[in-house]
Design a protein around this ligand. Sequence first.
Ligand SMILES: CC(C)(COP(=O)(O)OP(=O)(O)OC[C@H]1O[C@@H](n2cnc3c(N)ncnc32)[C@H](O)[C@@H]1OP(=O)(O)O)[C@@H](O)C(=O)NCCC(=O)NCCS
Length: 258
Amino acid sequence: MSPDIPRVRAGECHVWFADAVHVPPLLELLDDRERARHDAFVRASDRALYLTAHALARQLVAAQLGVRPTEVRYVQECRHCDRPEPHGKPRVAGADLELSWSHSGGRVAVALSLAGPVGVDIEEVAGEGKVADLSAAVLSAVERTELERLPAAERARGFIRYWARKEAVLKATGDGLMVEPSLLTVSAPDAPAALLEWRERAEPHLPVRLHDLDAGDGYRAAVAVLGTRCPVARHEAGYGGDGTLRHPRRGVTTSARC
Ligand SMILES: CC(C)(COP(=O)(O)OP(=O)(O)OC[C@H]1O[C@@H](n2cnc3c(N)ncnc32)[C@H](O)[C@@H]1OP(=O)(O)O)[C@@H](O)C(=O)NCCC(=O)NCCS
């Protein structure tokens, strides 16, 4: 394993954040399907987000398994349909390592877990308009009431906090947005992260361990792990102009318990 990349031990979850970059050597780490998806993005910023998330995920997984990034294989399982093309929650083929990644604005997050299925979500803080547009579809009645209690200037950040927590849970279970986020109720934005209620939740019911993460200014992020309580380590990674993974930047690795 690269000496710079911490090992994820049994019962642990690690989350890496990075700024999105577009460094051509990273394209060589992707497989043909990933490269085709990358090429299909119209906006350069979307290509950078996709490339950074997929290259970083491959490098982190490869380091844990002791293989090259190009040797990492994923399988994707959809809980909601049997469409033949790969889609749904990604898993590492042939390993117990669980993973999830997310991209938003100019940042990416990659979570690896040996504690149980994991979902990570990063969201750029949006304006008041987005809150008004999405509140009814995303928030439960309890959450809408809590959000309205916040000072007006706090509501956009509060909404994004809710959104990141709920999407992290739905990514951990593999449901994604095929389950209406408004069926879930999570704790108020200024309270410690927790899943409080999930109406009409399908079996099996593993405990959901939810944790907020520091994703950088202008972003909110959360990670959900299904199963037993586990420590969560947070790291900041970055890329040099030649595609070298710099990891971690000193002084920003923190630990928390979920
Ligand atoms: C998964 C989902 C919640 C992600 O939302 P998002 O905010 O747009 O994207 P994020 O950046 O946070 O996460 C994207 C990653 O989630 C992962 N993902 C996709 N489906 C997932 C699922 N069902 N569960 C967990 N993770 C999933 C993928 O790795 C994806 O990365 P990629 O697009 O770079 O390959 C949303 O895209 C979704 O629900 N998709 C499924 C809808 C669907 O496909 N329905 C029809 C088929 S049944």
